[in-house]
Design a protein around this ligand. Structure first.
Ligand SMILES: Cc1cc2nc3c(=O)[nH]c(=O)nc-3n(C[C@H](O)[C@H](O)[C@H](O)COP(=O)(O)OP(=O)(O)OC[C@H]3O[C@@H](n4cnc5c(N)ncnc54)[C@H](O)[C@@H]3O)c2cc1C
Length: 335
């Protein structure tokens, strides 16, 4: 449904801040119910912490690594995305099959975002009441306004935005904590042998005690039969554990790259491979360690604004998804 107009700017039924999974879940539910909805996000691409980068012919999945569903609602969306060709199975250990985006993790948020009005590259710096609406500003520019709003930025960023307008919700956000995550994306030459043989039974490396949260040559995600054409060079993504990332949070990216590559090579029993190129990304708010108190308020007393995000329930994509749906229901379908 199109938003209603007034002399200054259109007014939406719902404005959602954040095009991560929490925001997309809320926006998709609103869209399905025929509401006018706009999503605003400061990032280059939608998806938030579900992300991928292209370096020449190589793709690095440098945010969330895979999806799992315990509840029916998220399982249903995963099944729909899989049916549409955006997800596939991936065996990450002898006993565990998970879902990954194909060709990259970004395909899942892109699937969820179909038909939703989204504006990327806009950082919201202030939220305030404007008449009976909630208005979103970037510095002094009015970006959009809506009768109701859902805020899904990570907790610290939500707290800053909500402090003046809804201080009780800002307090809820101040209770949540995260681990950071240093991630390195390496293009290595073929001095590490990734032959078909070594792929058999190859799983991502996870050794939290040694400092590695998750490390995977991206080619492992492909079907084994297609390896020959995929291994001209190796695209290795290494994510440090939370404790390691915290310890080295302020270090130089070059130091981080060499340390993590050294740890990885050591654990795999390789000599240190030649690095053709390297990029690092420091996620300051990666995985939730303490979610906000279950009894803390998640919706404003006037019923105009709700908060969502993994930090309200836990460290997985599914929990972000559920929180987005719950925020939408609390505003539009209160019990
Ligand atoms: C390295 C890493 C690995 C992970 N691995 C897994 C995994 O394997 N499986 C799993 O289930 N989960 C994993 N997670 C966790 C998972 O990615 C998150 O729980 C989930 O994606 C969070 O979704 P969200 O919508 O709550 O937040 P986000 O995805 O962070 O979305 C919030 C959005 O708000 C936007 N925003 C913030 N402030 C503003 C502002 N002022 N103006 C405009 N926009 C703003 C941001 O740009 C962002 O897009 C991982 C996370 C990381 C970082």
């Amino acid at each position: 449904m199109p938003p209603s107009q007034d002399k200054d700017t259109v007014s939406y039924d719902l404005i959602v801040l954040g095009s991560g999974i929490a925001g997309l879940a809320a926006a998709a539910a609103a869209q399905k119910d025929g509401k006018s909805v706009l999503v605003i996000d400061k990032g280059e691409r939608l998806g938030g912490r579900i992300s991928a980068r292209q370096k020449g012919r190589l793709t690095f999945n440098h945010g969330a690594q895979f999806f799992t569903a315990r509840g029916k609602k998220f399982a249903t969306v995963l099944a729909e995305a899989k049916h549409a060709g955006n997800l596939k199975d991936w065996q990450i250990s002898p006993n565990k099959i998970v879902q990954i985006g194909t060709p990259s993790m970004l395909n899942f948020p892109q699937f969820m975002a179909l038909d939703i009005d989204i504006r990327q590259h806009i950082e919201i710096t202030n939220i305030s009441h404007l008449g009976s609406d909630i208005a979103f500003f970037s510095n002094t520019d009015l970006i959009a306004k809506g009768r109701q709003a859902i805020i899904t930025a990570p907790a610290a960023q939500s707290a800053l935005l909500l402090n003046d307008i809804y201080p009780k919700l800002a307090e809820t956000a101040q209770l949540a904590t995260y681990d950071p995550c240093w991630t390195v994306m390496l293009n290595l030459d073929k001095s590490i042998e990734l032959s078909n043989e070594s792929y058999d039974g190859a799983y991502p490396l996870r050794d939290e005690a040694a400092g590695i949260g998750f490390a995977v040559p991206e080619q492992i995600r492909f079907a084994r039969g297609s390896l020959e054409q995929d291994i001209q060079t190796v695209a290795l993504t290494i994510q440090a554990s939370g404790a390691w990332s915290r310890q080295y949070l302020q270090e130089d990216p070059k130091f981080i790259t060499m340390q993590l590559l050294g740890l990885w090579a050591n654990l795999k029993g390789h000599s240190r491979p030649t690095v053709l190129s390297a990029t690092t990304h420091r996620w300051l708010y990666a995985k939730v360690t303490d979610a906000a108190d279950i009894d803390a308020p998640r919706q404003s007393n006037d019923g105009q604004l709700a908060i969502a995000g993994d930090w309200l329930s836990g460290p997985r994509v599914e929990q972000a998804f559920d929180s987005g749906l719950q925020a939408y229901q609390s505003l539009f379908k209160p019990r």
